[in-house]
Design a binder for this molecule. Sequence first.
Ligand code: PLP
Length: 411
Amino acid sequence: MMTRDEALALDRADALAAFRARFALPDGVVYLDGNSLGALPKATPARLAAVIAQEWGDGLIRSWNRHGWIDLPRRVGDKIGRLIGARPGEVMVADSTSVNLFKLIAAALRLRPDRRVIVSERENFPTDLYVAQGLIELLGGRHELRLVTPNTLDAALDDEVALVLLTHVNYRSGRMHDMAAVTRRAHESGALMLWDLAHSAGALPVDLAGSDADLAVGCGYKYLNGGPGAPAFLYVAQRLQDSFRSPLTGWLGHAAPFDFDPLYRPAPGIASAIVGTPPILSLAALEIGVDLALEADMAAVRRKSLALSRLFIDLVAQDCAGLGLALASPARDEERGSQVSYAHDEGYAVMQALIARGVIGDFRQPDIIRLGLTPLYLRFVDLWNAAEILADIIATRAWDKPELKRRAKVV
Ligand SMILES: Cc1ncc(COP(=O)(O)O)c(C=O)c1O
């Protein structure tokens, strides 16, 4: 089993090690929650200060042209596109992931008017399911949301299915779909495929174009390190852009917004997916995070992520065997995204005990201890330390205190 010195040796040999110094991380913390809120890039405060003082303060309204504010959603979108295998012009930054889901699910149903079923997973992130349900209600209840498990997905794909809506890496378990294979199956049934990349973009290599995916959405504040509430992105494959119609027909998605024409005419392609004025400060912060991710080789990020998770899984298997902690993520590397989850009857209290000892992850209902792995700023020794602290908490039942069981508003 790996010793602490061996973990330190892995850090010395790590080709991505230098990235850690580019992030502001508090002392004494092992941050395993970058899959919920990414860490702060050190370049972000100065960039935001400059955008605020110079571009907003001095430039005022002129900055929409002078500093290219108006093009930021597309510019940052194209950069994210390079991380997820999209071509220029296929990705736009806008709104939240939830709002982008609304736009793309609605657009997909319009593209398949003769079909009435949306297939998704019961275990999908709730917002994906809630948005689909809300849209079905809005459309008069003619459509159906068919919820499946990974094992029943194939059987659910028939000629009624308009859209398959899946999250590439499951938020709770970290289980990862084979994007190309599932997309192929969706297409064989005549359906469109929409991927939620919330736990994929910036975490591992994604090849939307190579997988022939139709539509995708994702978050800016997780592995892209764009900051709390960072704007999200959406992807529409080039071949669908002529027929793509967003249901949210705001003025900035108009073909000529500054004509102030009373009649809506969509901008060509994905440009119509912009609804209103983009959040420039948030976009400027997101661009810093995306630029950092672009400096890294995503294949190397993936290799390190798997090595980190393997180290952790092996240590926990050794130290916590028989103590009520069950691996809730796939054991096979190729089926796991960039996180490791464990089920424990007192998962919430265990997580609070971890946080009290400087190991920050999060808890997901009903019993999941969720640990996100962000190879750009995590060291092997961090995972070694975290495994040791977890083993100590489990062995000593340090979680068994009333104050650790009291639920906060955000978990
Ligand atoms: C898979 C998935 N989709 C969407 C979201 C969140 O969407 P929003 O940014 O609209 O809150 C999350 C948040 O954790 C998520 O895990």
